[in-house]
Write a protein that binds this ligand. Structure first.
Ligand code: PHE
Length: 448
């Protein structure tokens, strides 16, 4: 059966960028930068995006376009010298997509909460106080309900399929989000703390890096570019023959990285205004931004629009994550897409209960000093994801024939792609695995 392609090339970009841009840029990036001491980490992050994230993103898209299948079937077809398949690497991708999708729903629920709070504030401004985030954290039931609403919305869109679902929704949100973000960055940069914030973000003080910083940068880059989850394999499988993959990869990486830097410039001047600026908390975005926005003239409207865009970005990313699980599920089980989607949604809801209760019922349960939700995020993104990415590097460089890689990478009309091909091969085969192995080893070293 033929695959349904993107209606337009723009549709692919919207979906790929819509899946890459999400909570990773606005929620996760600022606090990971805070945890890792600022400027030097930002530099490391940009370097890893280009040296490891981009080559792997291109590799995943090629794998999808070549096989015209989702990650399980695509990795099953790859054969190593000993004629073993790389299916296990595909399974790891699907597993991580399922777990991340589940706790992503909890955080998307937080966004939904602030969206409704800003909506209510139109009528009752006094109720939107600084303490909103704390009261949300105290209610596990509310977090589960919000995550369920988010899951149901995602399910409905994913059931409608790739064209009607993705293209329409994401095209609505992207331009508005860009404009709002830029407007907010301007506002932030006019604050008295702007120069301190910019120094914190862009002045590299290498003494602030720790042994685990490389691993954190790798994990975050994979997360924010949606690499290692099989998402880009699925999206690549919908590309048309005439679409040029490296160009697509470069564009997605640039847009995503620039947006993260914007998020940092937006948030840190506000954070530094506060008396006790704890920059390392996963609640950073939600603790600082709403209370700043409500004090601005017209802030309620701005806050509402911002959280609406952020929610749509989270939805775009969730669709990308769920699409992986569903498209692989349908290919494997040959069951109806609707059934597979609902089963996947239900499984995610069950998994999401744990992180959703992490700040209430399981408040005292700590792993290495981290709450359950932080622990999930830490284990999945900082450890499992780099391992999955490493396995994909090996699978693609050893299992995909040279001629296939050449065919999908090189476009004879684009001279640059001819000369870049050997470099890309070199990065996938040597640089990326070496940097990931180095990150993992240093990370293990940091544990002791
Ligand atoms: N890249 C998304 C973000 O930054 C998360 C994501 C990962 C989405 C994997 C799809 C697949 O929020």
């Amino acid at each position: 059966m033929g695959r349904v392609f993107w209606r337009t090339r723009f549709g692919f970009y919207l979906a790929a960028i819509g899946s890459a841009v999400g909570l990773g840029n606005l929620w996760r990036f600022p606090y990971v930068v805070g945890e890792n001491g600022g400027g030097a980490f930002v530099l490391l992050y940009v370097f890893i995006s280009l040296a490891v994230g981009l080559p792997l993103l291109i590799a995943e898209l090629i794998l999808g376009k070549n096989s015209r299948k989702s990650v399980l079937a695509a990795t099953e077809k790859l054969k190593s010298r000993g004629n073993k398949s790389f299916l296990w690497s595909g399974w790891l991708s699907v597993l991580i997509a399922l777990i991340v999708f589940s706790y992503y729903a909890v955080i998307s629920g937080w966004v939904l909460y602030f969206l409704t709070q800003f909506a209510v504030a139109f009528f009752e401004p006094a109720q939107l106080t600084d303490r909103r985030f704390e009261s949300l954290m105290g209610s596990g039931l509310l977090q589960i309900s919000l995550a369920s609403v988010h899951l149901i919305l995602t399910i409905i869109i994913v059931i409608k399929g790739v064209q009607d679902g993705l293209e329409k929704w994401i095209s609505l949100m992207m331009p508005l989000f860009g404009v709002l973000l830029i407007a907010l960055v301007f506002k932030s940069l006019s604050l008295s703390t702007a120069s301190d914030a910019l120094r914190f973000l862009f002045y590299p003080d290498f003494s602030k890096l720790s042994l685990s910083s490389l691993l954190h940068a790798l994990g975050h880059v994979f997360f924010t570019l949606s690499v290692g989850f099989g998402t880009m394999v699925t999206f690549g499988s919908f590309l048309r023959d005439s679409d040029h993959i490296p160009t697509a990869g470069v564009r997605v990486t640039l847009v995503d990285t620039i947006l993260s830097l914007f998020a940092g410039m937006l948030l840190f001047p506000i954070v530094l205004l506060g008396v006790d600026h704890r920059t390392t908390d996963p609640g950073l975005l939600f603790q600082t931004l709403p209370s700043f926005l409500i004090k601005l003239p017209g802030g309620t409207l701005f806050g509402f629009a911002f959280f609406l865009c952020l929610y749509l970005a989270a939805l775009g990313a969730s669709i990308g994550l769920m699409e992986v699980i569903v498209s692989n599920g349908v290919e494997r089980t040959k069951k109806d897409r609707k059934i597979v989607t609902w089963v996947c949604g239900l499984m995610s809801l069950v998994i999401a209960v744990l992180p959703a209760l992490s700040s209430s019922v399981f408040k005292d349960f700590r792993i290495y000093g981290k709450s359950l939700l932080e622990g999930f995020d830490f284990l999945m993104i900082n450890w499992l994801l780099p391992i999955v990415a490493l396995s994909l590097c090996v699978a693609i460089s050893a299992g995909l024939p040279y001629a296939e890689k050449l065919k999908h990478f090189v476009d004879n009309e684009k001279i640059a792609s001819v000369s870049l091909f050997p470099h890309w091969l070199f990065f996938i085969r040597y640089i990326c695995p070496i940097l990931i192995l180095l990150g993992l080893s240093l990370g293990i070293g940091a544990l002791f």
